[in-house]
Design a protein around this ligand. Structure first.
Ligand code: EAX
Length: 326
């Protein structure tokens, strides 16, 4: 009898362990960038928070370094639910959901304080809601940062100097039109782009300082101009149907953890910006810290008249964002 009981309790134990294992949910999360990048800082923080708060029942598996393709590719995989979540630069979203491009409207945000106030407020929420038509659950905004121009042809001080530069832009409607209107010759491409810069198929690119440092752009780009032309957010998303199918408690846990990770990562970017600039100078980049922004603005603001900003929802949302960032 004793033996029988021991075997019985052993079986029960095995069954229990099995159940615990089966109730583990593995969540695939995609970022295009490599470790040390802003998206990865956010993703790793999110993973730590979720796994510790869920007692290991939710497992976040991070796919990074373009292992899933470009950011556009990752967004498509999230739509198909072969990947459940992503931390993706806002730029490429505008092909899926036109109205999101308003966040990247040039020279709109004046400071990080303003960014936080607007994106963490009702307007940010409204915009995240717009993503649902494309099957995305918009959870929060983390950040890439303010974007700056680099090139290998000449120092750029005024917008006239941009003329004819072959510039790589994100796979984004807004970014392509912006650089066309500024006088450059834009080519949309996914990330990364080091080889194209090295081989000279493109002369220029634009990105926040951490990117220019982390991806060693200083090896293949001589000139840096602190244009700060676009505030580049990431949108932290999930597949909408998958997210809604989770128990409410898990939805809440994922949501709160992502918001916390996003805030942590925004601070990371802001704290390190000055350090990245110093390193880029040390690495030999020729930096124009005070370009003629007015000349850039004068052309960039004409974007507003283009057809893409006449679309009803986009137009309405842009008005609200412009008002909130005056
Ligand atoms: O996040 O494609 C881009 O220019 C992005 O800013 C880049 O992936 C870094």
């Amino acid at each position: 009898m004793k033996k029988f009981l021991t075997i019985l309790s052993l079986l029960t134990f095995i069954l229990l362990v099995n159940q615990v294992c089966y109730s583990k949910t593995i969540i695939k999360l995609g970022v295009v960038t490599k470790p040390g990048s802003a998206q990865n800082v956010c993703a790793e923080r999110f993973k730590d928070l979720v796994e510790s708060k869920s007692g290991g029942n939710l497992i976040i598996k991070i796919y990074h370094s373009a292992s899933l393709g470009t950011e556009t590719d990752i967004l498509q995989q999230i739509q198909m639910n072969s990947v459940q979540m992503g931390i993706i630069t806002l730029g490429p979203f505008d092909v899926f959901v036109p109205s999101v491009k308003v966040v990247g409207f040039p020279f709109m945000f004046k400071s990080f304080e303003q960014v936080d106030r607007v994106l963490d407020g009702p307007l940010g929420k409204e915009l995240l809601k717009d993503l649902e038509v494309a099957g995305f659950k918009g959870i929060s905004f983390s950040e890439n940062g303010f974007r700056h121009l680099t090139n290998n042809v000449r120092p750029v001080h005024t917008v006239e100097d941009v003329k004819g530069l072959k510039i790589r832009v994100m796979e984004s409607e807004l970014h392509k039109e912006l650089w066309r209107i500024l006088g450059a010759n834009p080519t949309p491409m996914g990330w990364p782009i080091y080889t194209e810069l090295q081989q000279g198929t493109i002369d220029a690119q634009e990105n926040p300082l951490w990117v220019i440092w982390t991806y060693k752009m200083y090896e293949v780009q001589k000139y840096l101009t602190l244009t700060g032309h676009v505030y580049s957010a990431h949108i932290d998303v999930a597949n909408l149907n998958w997210f809604n199918s989770l128990p409410k408690s898990e939805q809440k846990l994922l949501q709160q953890s992502m918001i916390e990770a996003a805030h942590y990562e925004r601070q990371w970017n802001r704290t390190n910006e000055a350090g990245f600039l110093a390193k880029l100078k040390k690495a030999g980049m020729i930096v124009d810290e005070h370009p003629d922004i007015a000349s850039f603005k004068a052309k960039a603001l004409k974007l507003k008249d283009l057809p893409m900003f006449q679309e009803k929802r986009t137009k309405e949302l842009l008005e609200k964002f412009l008002e909130a960032t005056k």
